[in-house]
Design a protein around this ligand. Structure first.
Ligand SMILES: NC(=O)NCCC(=O)O
Length: 446
């Protein structure tokens, strides 16, 4: 059996290999649609092109110089935009800043995963290592355990810690930018490994939505930065048979757990073999009242279902986040349309977020379509953006780089647009449905 040290050194070789492949793959990718437009459309036409494509030029937010330089040092894109509403006589503006985070996985998928979250001692070790402390609140015993089992844990802890560390440094910059609500990408704590259909090691990333290490980590961030945190993870529901779910955990800016929303539409398309791991969520269409506004989370594939957005909106959501993991060849032409259309149709803000990069897997898998076996799902194209109820939208973040999009919005715009267009008043879905039903019952054969 390989020693812990051997395992680690093998995994380092693989890391190097994969990183090489990774940078190769990113090279051929278009950086962003907006940069392309800006480069190639003559300046006198650009404003008109943006009006037609984006509903106008979104107001640029002036972000602190320290935040911009930290983002640069930490190698992620930072962009800020603002949506305004008309002044009202009875309501004050309801200004909120949201932060959308998109990122690559920092380490290759085949970095060894040991006993990440399983035994309580594992959690303590993770905590001790992650928080870089020489002592954890539990006891000295943990430190002794860290030393003793370090080789066993380091590879896995390193990967989780690397992701958590990356997110922490982005959140720190979000705090400098005054972000009130932050949302990470779908299953942000892991590679999007569901394409493989392999159980181990991927299911080891699953953790409790209520007491898992990631929720605790996010609670610390929320308290520290007075920020609502939306944390989409792979959930293991220990008290209901250890079932897995694709879940967004919502944490109040006080650090309290507000609740969770489980992904309710599961893809069975291409290599998105997610129903191998978890099924349609059972949490309905919850909304979360935060100090900054009422929010909901429509996870990834739910984006394609207009009634899903409608339900969150009917339940009162003013901002609907859409943490995603999707690839260019499958959905990129739908990406700018669906969430934006949902913002228009439901008089709310929508925030689609997509991960970045290409994730390689050691074992090849097929798409079940007779095609060749392959090692990656495709390129996750980032391009996170925010759409407003009046149909305007921000430019997207990069297609290739980690990024933080900071968007200021006046939530009064939701009701203002609703009062103008009245879609919820003039929509005839229910009335028509009931009339049809009445007619059918009263006059069979009608
Ligand atoms: N994560 C996920 O549901 N992806 C499916 C592909 C898509 O919805 O574009």
């Amino acid at each position: 059996m390989a020693s812990a040290a051997e395992t680690m050194s093998r995994s380092r070789v693989a890391v190097g290999c994969m990183q090489f492949l990774f940078s190769q793959a990113m090279e051929g990718e278009l950086e962003s649609l907006e940069l392309c437009l800006e480069r190639h459309i003559p300046p006198h036409d650009l404003a008109e092109v943006k009006r037609i494509l984006y509903g106008g030029e979104t107001r640029k937010l002036s972000l602190p110089a320290a935040a911009l330089s930290s983002a640069q040092q930490r190698d992620f894109e930072l962009q800020g935009y603002g949506f305004d509403a008309a002044p009202e006589q009875l309501r004050r503006p309801r200004i909120v800043r949201v932060g959308l985070v998109q990122n690559k996985i920092p380490l290759p998928t085949d970095t060894a995963v040991a006993v990440q979250f399983c035994p309580p001692i594992g959690q303590n070790i993770c905590k001790a290592i992650y928080f870089g402390k020489t002592a954890c609140h539990e006891s000295k015993q943990i430190i002794w355990d860290v030393d003793r089992v370090c080789g066993f844990f380091v590879a896995s802890v390193e990967k989780v810690a690397a992701l958590h560390k990356r997110i922490e440094e982005i959140v720190e910059v979000a705090a400098m930018c005054g972000v009130n609500i932050i949302c990470f990408q779908e299953a942000w704590t892991m590679p999007f490994a569901f394409c493989t259909r392999e159980r181990l090691p991927w299911t080891e990333f699953a953790e409790s939505a209520e007491g898992g290490i990631t929720t605790k980590f996010c609670q610390e961030l929320a308290k520290k930065y007075d920020m609502v945190v939306v944390s989409p993870i792979l959930e293991r529901d220990e008290i209901h048979g250890g079932t897995l779910w694709n879940t967004a955990v919502v944490i109040s800016n006080s650090g309290a757990l507000l609740g969770k929303s489980r992904k309710n539409h599961i893809p069975r398309v291409g290599d998105f073999n997610e129903s191998t791991y978890y099924m349609e969520g059972n949490t309905g269409h919850p909304v979360f009242q935060t100090q900054f506004g009422t929010i909901a989370v429509n996870i990834c594939f739910g984006r394609h279902h207009p009634l899903n957005w409608l339900m969150y909106s009917l339940n009162g959501a003013e901002i609907i986040f859409n943490p995603s993991a999707t690839i260019g060849t499958l959905s990129e032409s739908l990406w700018p349309i669906e969430a934006r259309n949902a913002a228009i149709a439901n008089h709310c803000f929508t925030c689609p977020i997509n991960r970045v990069g290409t994730e390689y897997y050691k074992n090849a898998f097929t798409s079940g379509d007779g095609g060749e076996a392959h090692h990656d799902l495709g390129h996750f194209y980032g391009s996170s953006y925010v759409a407003a109820p009046d149909g305007s939208r921000t430019p997207g973040l990069s297609r290739t780089r980690d990024g933080l999009l900071v968007v200021e919005m006046d939530l009064n715009l939701c009701r203002q647009v609703s009062d103008k267009w009245n879609f919820k008043v003039c929509g005839r879905h229910m009335v028509v449905g009931l009339m049809d039903l009445n007619c059918a019952v009263k006059s069979p054969g009608f």
